[in-house]
Ligand binder design. Sequence first.
Ligand SMILES: Nc1ncnc2c1ncn2[C@@H]1O[C@H](COP(=O)(O)OP(=O)(O)OP(=O)(O)O)[C@@H](O)[C@H]1O
Ligand SMILES: [Mg+2]
Length: 285
Amino acid sequence: MEDQTQLLRKRVETALEAEGSKARTFCVTSGKGGVGKTSFSVNFALALANRGKKTVILDGDFGFSNVNIMLGKNAKYSLEHVVCGQKKLSEVMEESYPGVWYISGGSGVAELLRLRGGQMEEMIQQLGELEQQMDYIIFDTGAGINGNILRMIEASDQTILITTPEPTSILDGYVVIKTASGLADRPDMSVVINKAASEREANVTYHSLADVARKHLGYELSMLGFIPADKRITQSINSMEPYLRQYPSSLTAMQIQRIADHVTKLQPVKRERGIYSFFRRLAKR
Ligand SMILES: Nc1ncnc2c1ncn2[C@@H]1O[C@H](COP(=O)(O)OP(=O)(O)OP(=O)(O)O)[C@@H](O)[C@H]1O
Ligand SMILES: [Mg+2]
């Protein structure tokens, strides 16, 4: 068993050294719930796909998995089937629209973070393969901050914190920033202001968070963009067809496209972060 584990580890390392992993991993998170993480993740992935990029969304919200609902698709399998060894990661990925895949998490996300030994090595290999195939991996998390979400933040190259201009959402967002700032390796964090009445309101909201984070935590947060409040986002969720597909040339869609444009121009990721590196570190503990 030990020999097999070592063999697997060697294979993974050789494969990754040869090619270098390439996907950039985002963790989409928030303090308060219902601020638009899932709708952002889905439409952001579609905007990346419009730019010829391959994106997989991993539904990391074990309580209420709903990425598939917003994509209007049904998931047959979830990460649970992978963790218990019934399926390969590639077999539970569903392509919802060209260039946009998703993986339902179920309780599999929490289990994944607890794997050890040979099972962990097997999973690391599969995650390594996923990082090779995809341009972007998005973890759509549940609201709030707990151990599992912190692990997902640690496993990502970049964290996207979503907040609305509401004071409670900003305050709860700050709690996430404060908790993340205590991690040994501070995550690279940027903010998206959702449901903004205007660009001005979005900027004010961003500054009310970023200035406090800088002053009290010495933490620099960048602004990735903003999305206007738009009732049609809710309508498109109800009709189970993503907003970006229904209203591709609206002002709201333009803001989402701007975020995707910005992201595609980012420098390639440094390899000490990312899910593959993260799980390797976890395996060595
Ligand atoms: N820009 C927007 N304008 C108006 N409504 C929006 C906007 N973005 C999201 N919503 C609405 O807010 C609600 C919550 O959205 P969503 O489910 O994406 O949030 P969430 O942060 O993923 O929630 P949870 O914390 O439960 O996972 C939905 O009804 C959605 O239609
Ligand atoms: Mg959600």
